[in-house]
Design a protein around this ligand. Sequence first.
Ligand SMILES: [Zn+2]
Length: 237
Amino acid sequence: MNKHLKQLVDLAELDKGIDSFEEEEAKINENLNSILAEQNSHKANIETLNVELEELTNVKKKNDGLLAELTDKIKDIEKKQTLIKSEKELKALQLEDEIAKEQINHANDEIERLDRLSEGKKEEIKDLETKITELDASIEQAKKDSESELKDLDKKRKDSFKKRETEIANVPQNLLSFYQKVRRWAGSSCVVPMKKRSCYGCHMVLSERVYAEILKSEEIVTCPHCGRILYAVNEEA
Ligand SMILES: [Zn+2]
């Protein structure tokens, strides 16, 4: 195989490995991330509950104000009752008094209902806070569990980067730029073998001329259909 083509095949293999580290890392952190996601959802729920709690407090404040107004009104009615002059006036005041008392009852019921709702939400928040604290322990454990795996991965990653640096030091600059250009869109399949006379990247059949060129492997050949860099492999193997 042409020396430069061999360099690109090796480089692509190395880059593929480097790409796979990210996936590997995600897999190692899967458990940790799922616990973190659970914890975050609890935190978001607490935020929602706090907003609802604030709304309830505002409604309750309005009812407290109403209650104070009604209490004043009752006092006012009591004062007026001492000055009554006619039966008609008495009846009107009694009616006013009844209505105000009914409204007071209603406001008190409403305040009680709001208090109950608030208490319920506070309970929910407390439960969620307990869960969050419990998850903190699970998070610590998950971090510990993946620590050594992540360390190994980090070592592999560093080794690969070092190898890559050594590798690209020998690749001519224009070839490296060309490789990187293909890699930008083709990713880890930027250098692919030719199999059954087809490009292994786009699976299109190659012409006789391209096929022969790749077999000769004297130059860097790209797939005329997709532009990936192609190389020949021993298909019997
Ligand atoms: Zn192709």
